[in-house]
Ligand binder design. Structure first.
Ligand SMILES: *Cc1c(COP(=O)(O)O)cnc(C)c1O
Length: 355
């Protein structure tokens, strides 16, 4: 069977194998590949009864040199360990996580899209509680699964913008709840908000659950704002050369309820390298009016620029840009260049695998 890379959409395409490993009697079994995509699960398993489930998302890229690069998978392993601890599950050791990803890649070589297509092989690691238990509690058995899927390019054709609506009606996660963990429950809890936003023709911009004044996250992605600051402080004007009077600031929210995005972390490192000021702090919704560019960021899209944000509660629209702005476009290209092996990987973010 041949895969038609051109019609590959941004959705799940089943591959030959998934990889599984169970935690039983105090240890993880060696990850193994199987063609069977169904689980034999007790109806009372803690994942079904109490939502004990965490997941991850990462990609392998076929580079310009034909080599395959897995992007920062160790960070995904660490984040899944934190999610596991957050839901009282057994964390998957980093070596088991890496072994499972490499095996999933090796067993599904024919699903790694060619470089020219802009498509990637996406991995969805999943961790669930499998102990049958009707009495409330976390259980002792777990299953770790890696589901690979080739996915088409997020931007077919042109890098474009999306519009967001400010949400203050549905909270996706409590300030000290599970928002910082990548768990299915946060998604189920957010569907009322995201579906309402889609029905109105927007993506959903979540505000903090306590005050609803501050920007939290963009649906399932982190928020980035770009501000060009003119530094007018007296001593600065005296000492700074004329060309140095603009500073570019990369702003991203600080909140206990948002998921620490690995894409955002990578973009922050690239922004610092470019001499931009990188600030993580609480960001009020009204501050959108001082931003020249804004975007959502995550593994799926890398960067998704925002053209406007509508705030229905204050009947106000913040216009950012019509077209993706220059700062975020350059950061997008720089990160994609590293992922596709077009630029030196000075941060050692990619693991190059034989394939
Ligand atoms: C996965 C996810 C992100 C993006 O994280 P990346 O590591 O960049 O893919 C952001 N927000 C939420 C809620 C997520 O689940």
């Amino acid at each position: 069977m041949n895969i038609d890379w051109n019609t590959l959409g941004f959705h799940y395409t089943e591959t030959d194998y998934i990889v599984r490993s169970a935690y039983r009697d105090g240890h993880w079994e060696a990850p193994y590949a199987t063609r069977n995509k169904y689980l034999k699960l007790h109806v009372s398993a803690t994942c079904l009864q109490y939502g004990q489930e965490a997941f991850e998302g990462l990609k392998a890229f076929r580079g310009i040199d034909g080599k395959v690069r897995i992007f920062r998978w160790q960070e995904n392993a660490r984040r899944m360990q934190r999610s596991a601890e957050g839901l009282k599950m057994q964390p998957v050791p980093t070596d088991i996580f890496g072994e499972a990803i490499r095996l999933a890649l090796k067993k599904n070589k024919r699903f790694i899209p060619p470089y020219e297509t802009g498509a990637t092989l996406y991995f969805r690691p999943l961790l669930i509680g499998t102990t049958p238990r009707l009495g409330v509690g976390p259980g002792k058995e777990f299953e770790f699964i890696v589901i690979p899927s080739p996915i088409g390019p997020y931007y077919e054709g042109k890098f474009h913008c999306t519009s967001f609506i400010v949400n203050r009606r549905v909270d996706r996660a409590a300030p000290l709840g599970t928002g910082a963990f990548k768990v299915g429950g946060n998604y189920a809890a957010s569907f009322r908000a995201t579906e309402a936003a889609h029905a109105a023709g927007y993506d959903c911009l979540f505000t903090d659950s306590k005050t609803h004044h501050y920007i939290d996250e963009c649906s399932a992605a982190n928020f980035i704002g770009i501000k060009k600051n003119t530094d007018c402080s007296a001593d600065r004007v005296q000492t700074a050369p004329l060309t140095d009077q603009f500073t570019i600031e990369y702003l991203t929210p600080r909140s206990s309820a948002i998921l620490p995005s690995i894409t955002n972390d990578s973009l922050m490192a690239l922004a610092r390298e470019r001499g931009y000021k990188v600030t993580r702090r609480k960001i009020r919704v009204e501050e959108l009016s001082d931003m020249q560019e804004a975007a959502a960021c995550g593994t799926a899209c890398v960067i998704s620029p925002i053209d406007k944000v509508y705030d229905p509660d204050n009947n106000r629209t913040y216009h950012l840009t019509d077209e993706p702005g220059p700062i975020l476009t350059e950061l997008y290209q720089a990160l994609q260049d590293i992922q596709y092996g077009r630029r030196p990987d000075t941060h050692h973010w990619c693991e190059v695998v034989d394939s």
